[in-house]
Write a protein that binds this ligand. Sequence first.
Ligand code: RAM
Length: 485
Amino acid sequence: MKEFNFLKKAADLMPPLYETVVRPVSGIPEGRNMRDGDSFMLDFGTHLVGFITLSVEVQKGDDTADSPLAVQFEFFENLREDTGEYYTGGMSRSWFQVQTVFADNPYEPVVLTRRYAFRYVRITFPANTSYAVSYKDCFVKAVSSADLSEVEPLPEDTDPLLVKLDNTALLTLKNCMQTVFEDGPKRDRRLWLGDLYLQAKANYCTFKNNDLVLRCLYLFAGLPHENGCLSSAIFQEPVLRNQSWILHDYALFFCGTLADYYRATGRIGVVRELWQTAYRQTEIAYEAFEKNGGAAPSDMYFTDWCPGLDKATAALGILVSMLKEALFLADAIGDSTRQKVLSERIGEVSKALKAAYNPAEKLFKAPSGQLSVHSQMWAVLSGVLGDGDNAAVMLETLKRKDLVKPVTPYAMHYFSEALIRCGLKDEAFAFIKDYWGAMIEKGFDCFPEVFVKDNPEASPYGSVAMNSYCHAWSCTPSYFIRTYL
Ligand code: RAM
């Protein structure tokens, strides 16, 4: 019943979508007569999410339009996707943005009703029609639930690179803001809790669509698994449902997202309403820690797409951090029984995490002995060491070249936050400019899902064609710039 109410509230918060009409800036095949495999590539000049319409002029043949017109559309967020390879990785090829339309009436505009995410579209007329066609018009009805007029301009003297990072981050977030905070508008077009946590942080200091955050919180709370654990993601299509994959870090981020929502809005009523759900996530993750002999079950934590990562220490850091966020919520509503339980549990998990610290080396080790950036940043964010030791860990992390490094801007967010947390703000901004700046330098219009500076082929899915090139978990430069500068 309670779940049903949450879903009803989520439905009531369905946002309106703002529409903008955009036409291509280049690639228009002026005066070309096309058929039988002829094609052209339009460039819309910026990343868009929306619906395309194409109109052509039928050129008079012997017997005009005596067969349907076949039009193939291939959409690319980024030309790196145009590999021409046949994909055999683990994801479905149906994520590739290709559609062929057979228009019985070529004199009418061809209107696609499926939403695509792209900057470029290759249009091909594959059939050997007796007639040729020429380009007449093409436009996109771009959609987003983000309201640009809410975004305050940065001060005039802001470093031009930071302005670029902010603009790119804003476009990334905006195009992922649809009827929920999607992870990426090309793929998976789904609401993920780990992504939402970061999107919401960026949203509060940009588009301020706080009701969209609330809608997403209600969707998760309304669709728990049987034991009360929240799902890592929610599908809206074909039917509203939760995803079977459970991740303890993502479930715990419900506490962090709710705590941030409360900090941003002061709405204590929402905290009261969602408190049971939030608290339940800490119980589940803590019980798993206990059952696992006082260690976090790393296979239940996402952490990053980094291959071969030993996640156990980072996972403990996440658990302590989110238990603390839950304690913050318990304090806010005055739940003294749970304040006590949470404080004890924070103590227990902190002890396990501290055991991974080597003071001589000033680094945290994973159980396999692996040294990773992930272990350091999450240990620092959890606050188990004092400020001075925290800073020493991060300085050591910056110095050492042999640590396993994150491969996603998602994990790099936490690395940047960890630097700021221990007073290394200059180092944090130098890193943000270097890492996200490299994406700008490489010509990305939006921030992608995966980015490794010296490996352009990096992909968790076996091909860069499957990567998402507008991925909201990468949008946090706006959060850093607008919160800390
Ligand atoms: C990717 C999704 C999403 C992320 C999951 C774990 O496949 O696109 O962003 O949260 O991985």
